[in-house]
Design a protein around this ligand. Structure first.
Ligand SMILES: [Zn+2]
Length: 384
């Protein structure tokens, strides 16, 4: 009887031990589950307790005030600006709260700020930008007042901007508020005149002539042409008008159309929008070599120039071969481009930082300042 009781006690103790061991196992298994579970696509994050560079670039402080110790080459772009972004990512959009703006340093870089031993690539210091491809067209007037546009430029560190709008009243609104920052370019599109038909509309020439009586414009454009459409009499009249008035032409066209304009008006000064948009670097190089009075903005080509944020070799070679001929452009041709404006400009700064500093400065603002004036914000020597 006593042995039987002892045996039952042993059995119970044994079961209890088994249960305890099972519980211990469960607890041990639970510990790793209480740790952050890495994304299946990024198992390496387990070995990195600190935030990844990707996360770091999404924080407001780093975006607004990049640390000088961070090499831009290790910072992947927070938002590679695709040519046609539809909606901004909600995780990226609030990176630049309005309250950051007043604390931003003014977008100036003096030559004395350069290190005595220049690094092989551009300093990650925030380069001022001269945006040579902006539109303030009717489709955003209701949602983005002129003051909000100017605040965006300030937050993005854009010291000056070439602005053309459909219709031109948008440009005049911005220029009226910020004549030092806004360089007006007169666009031929108004009422029923648009990018598809302007070169067939004789009324465009008197319209432009009338608007030019307000002496604020430095160019005519941005207008669109493809191939032999550039032979149209209206195009000839408009380009002649620009040459007579000493105005630039901001031309969205393929290389053929640009060549036709220059054959007709060899002294025309052309800012080639999007560097031809579809033209490969070799074609861009050829046109720049043949025509010293052509410059090119890189608007909409950001993702091609720097896939994944890394400067493509063909474009690097092009920039190094023609450092005096390229400018930055954002092209706010639809409202969504305004929504991601600061990210577009920041992305441009990332690939610019992979170029030698003097080349990066030329493309960022010096070339444009030489062509259209430095204004009071940019370093004065930038315009010389
Ligand atoms: Zn445009």
């Amino acid at each position: 009887m006593g042995n039987k009781v002892l045996h039952q006690v042993k059995l119970k103790v044994g079961r209890l031990m088994t249960i305890l061991a099972g519980l211990a196992c469960l607890l041990a298994a639970c510990v790793p589950m209480s740790q952050p579970v890495p994304d299946a696509a990024t198992p390496i994050a387990l070995a990195q307790p600190s935030p990844s560079p990707l996360l770091a670039t999404a924080t407001p402080t780093l975006v607004a005030q990049p640390s000088p110790t961070l090499s831009p080459t290790v910072l992947p772009p927070t938002l590679p600006p695709t040519p046609r972004p539809i909606t901004p990512s909600p995780t990226v959009q609030p990176t630049l709260p309005p309250t950051v703006a007043p604390t931003n340093p003014p977008p100036t870089i003096s030559p004395t700020a350069r290190p005595t031993n220049p690094p092989p690539t551009a300093s990650p210091t925030r380069l001022p930008i001269f945006d040579t491809h902006l539109h303030y067209s009717r489709d955003v007037w209701a949602t983005l007042p002129p003051q909000a546009v100017l605040a965006k430029l300030e937050r993005a560190g854009v010291a000056r901007a070439l602005v053309s709008s459909s219709p031109d009243d948008g440009t005049r609104q911005l220029h009226g508020l910020a004549p030092d920052r806004v360089v007006p370019i007169l666009r031929p599109y108004y009422d029923d005149v648009n990018s598809a038909n302007w070169f067939q509309m004789p009324k465009v020439t008197p319209y432009l002539t009338e608007r030019l009586k307000t002496p604020i414009y430095q160019g005519i454009g941005e207008f669109h042409l493809t191939g032999t459409a550039a032979t149209a009499p209206v195009v000839r009249a408009v380009t002649r008008l620009a040459v007579e008035r000493g105005l630039f032409l901001h031309v969205h066209a393929d290389a053929q159309a640009v060549s036709i304009i220059l054959a007709d008006q060899p002294t025309a000064r052309i800012l080639w929008a999007h560097a031809g948009l579809i033209e490969p670097p070799a074609t861009v190089a050829r046109l720049l070599a043949d025509h010293p009075n052509v410059w090119a903005d890189i608007a909409i080509r950001e993702a091609e120039i720097a896939p994944g944020g890394k400067l493509a070799p063909a474009w690097r070679d092009l920039f190094l071969e023609y450092p005096d001929r390229f400018t930055i452009g954002s092209d706010t041709w639809v409202p969504s481009r305004w929504e991601t404006y600061e990210q577009i400009i920041d992305f441009d700064r990332q690939w610019l930082a992979q170029l030698p500093l003097d080349v990066a400065e030329k493309i960022a603002y010096r070339n444009a300042a030489r062509l259209f004036g430095a204004g009071p914000v940019l370093p004065q020597e930038a315009g010389r």
